[in-house]
Design a protein around this ligand. Structure first.
Ligand SMILES: [Zn+2]
Length: 55
């Protein structure tokens, strides 16, 4: 579970809007509320990377 502080400073690298992400604690990932991209959370650290070039 990420703190709201962390969620408040995270920005989706694809659309860079805030507040872009919501946490899915069950799936341990973050979903951007703007573009729908899903980012994994590993060991409590969100992996905010865009790997495909079609964004
Ligand atoms: Zn986004």
């Amino acid at each position: 579970m990420l703190s709201s502080e962390i969620l408040n400073i995270l920005a989706c690298p694809a659309c860079e809007n805030r507040p872009p992400v919501k946490e899915d604690a069950a799936k341990q990932n973050l979903t951007c509320t703007q573009c729908g991209r899903v980012y994994p959370v590993r060991d409590g650290i969100p992996i905010m990377m865009v790997e495909d070039k079609n964004g």
